[in-house]
Write a protein that binds this ligand. Structure first.
Ligand code: UDX
Length: 434
């Protein structure tokens, strides 16, 4: 099929590359001319394992190309995905200016049947607005459908998530739209959930909010475990083996971050408010997530007493491993809070340092984890990159000024660290597991 993807950000690029890999002819659009010029040369603006290779191969096979022209994309494609950003406004509401702009531009360039699909995470009823906008600005009688097809890609494993999804959700209101999308996704052999457009839009916000709720639940539980001497890792395992609950997203830590959960929880609270429902549960999810950072900071203070002038080593800055993304990363907020109290920070992250340099001033970014630990009074594990699981702690012990370790992701075993001479503190556990 001929497909256009408007918006060559994270979701747009991954989806575009994967649709091309499935044998479709894909044209990716972005209004950032510099980004498009770079993409044409094979320079990818984000770090996502496997993405560069997929883009390069499909460009060579002439199944994937890049342009700044919506006109070119709309005229050559039957299915047009909208994958532009929907950032949060100050009050938490999603900013849909980008979506409206794209809808108007599509309208001006439609000359035959087109299926326009929302891929960006949008509030319920956006589909109706897109339909209304296209109908208003269209200059001819060309027919079109609007559909919703939310993405569930996780950063760091987005290609695998695209190619092997748990389910594909398509919200449609015509047989033609349904057939086109089922045809497009058929090769993935995944369950396809066909709904109306509003339900599909809600599935996305509901899924992300529910996952965020699972994380906040286990984080709240970690505080109870800590206060009672129980072990949150064992509690999570005991709960998660119940198939109705499930093991995943029950890892206690320093809170969720990233470009989706914080934004989507905020947006869902605002959408609910707007339609007259106060989503108290989600408000608590958000509050617990913020509190989790405060608990972590208190742990550090309990070990160091005064933060001012203490040298603190930080391992991990991205919001989770296998990505260079630092958007809403708890590590970044925690570093800023420590700096405000006068801490001297030495940090290392395998991928996120370039991005972190832009938002963190006065941090000494180090070439490896050991250099970060040199002379420090305390070591903080903030992101569970694999390479941090294999560190030589007897070497680190010798490098550090004081052997204090606060494990924000519960990846170390307390007895091993104690053996290496460390005072070890984790989240809601004495350190039972890696
Ligand atoms: C998420 C959704 O998983 C994905 O379906 C959606 O399309 C986009 O948002 P992503 O933001 O890439 O994906 O990250 P994810 O792996 O879901 O993790 C989000 C945050 O939750 C991270 O900060 C992670 O550290 C945290 N997390 C996750 C926990 O603290 N505990 C867990 O058990 C799981």
């Amino acid at each position: 099929m001929n497909i256009a993807i408007i918006g060559s950000g994270y979701v747009g690029l991954v989806s575009g590359a994967c649709f091309a890999e499935l044998g479709n002819r894909v044209i990716c659009v972005d209004n950032d001319a510099k980004k498009i010029t770079a993409l044409k040369k094979g320079v990818i603006p984000i770090y996502e394992p496997g993405l560069r290779e997929l883009i390069t191969i499909n460009m060579k096979k002439k199944r994937l190309k890049f342009t700044t022209s919506i006109k070119e994309a709309v005229s050559s494609s039957q299915i047009i995905f909208i994958a532009v950003g929907t950032p949060s406004k100050a009050g938490g509401e999603a900013d849909l200016t980008g979506i409206e702009n794209v809808a108007r531009n599509i309208a001006k360039n439609i000359f035959g049947y087109r299926l326009i699909v929302e891929k960006s995470t949008v509030p319920v009823e956006t589909g109706e607005w897109v339909k209304h906008t296209i109908a208003t600005y269209k200059k001819n009688k060309a027919k079109f459908d609007v559909a919703s097809n939310p993405e569930f890609l996780r950063e760091g494993q987005a290609i695998n998530d695209f190619m092997h999804p748990d389910r594909i959700v398509i919200g449609v209101e015509s047989k033609k739209a349904k057939e086109l999308l089922i045809g497009l996704y058929g090769p993935l052999n995944a369950p396809i959930v066909v709904t109306d457009i509003k339900s599909a839009e809600l599935i996305k916000h509901a899924s992300n909010s529910f996952l965020a709720a699972k994380i906040s639940f286990i984080n709240a539980l970690s505080v109870i475990c800590e206060k009672t001497g129980a072990d949150v890792i064992q509690v999570a395992r005991g709960m998660g083996l119940d198939k109705r609950i499930g093991q995943s997203f029950l890892k206690a830590g320093i809170g969720y971050g990233g470009s989706c959960f914080p934004k989507d929880v905020d947006a869902f609270i605002t959408i609910s408010e707007r339609i007259g429902y106060s989503f108290e549960m989600l408000k608590a999810v958000k509050k617990i997530n913020q509190q989790q950072q405060e608990y972590f900071l208190n742990k550090i203070k309990n070990l160091l007493w005064i933060i001012k002038d203490k040298r603190i080593a930080v391992l991990g800055l991205s919001f989770k491993p296998n990505t260079d993304d630092i958007r809403n990363a708890p590590a970044i907020e925690i570093v800023k809070a420590l700096q405000e109290e006068g801490a001297v920070i030495r940090a290392y992250d395998p991928q996120a340092m370039e991005r972190a340099k832009k938002v963190l001033k006065g941090v000494n970014f180090c070439a490896d984890p050991y250099l970060a630990c040199k002379g420090s009074d305390c070591l903080l594990l903030m992101t569970e990159w694999d390479e941090f699981k294999e560190l030589d702690f007897s070497k680190i012990r010798k490098l550090m000024h004081r052997p204090l370790l606060v494990d924000g992701r519960n990846i170390y075993k307390a007895d091993q660290l104690k053996k290496a001479g460390f005072k070890y503190s984790a989240i809601g556990t004495g350190g039972s597991g890696k």
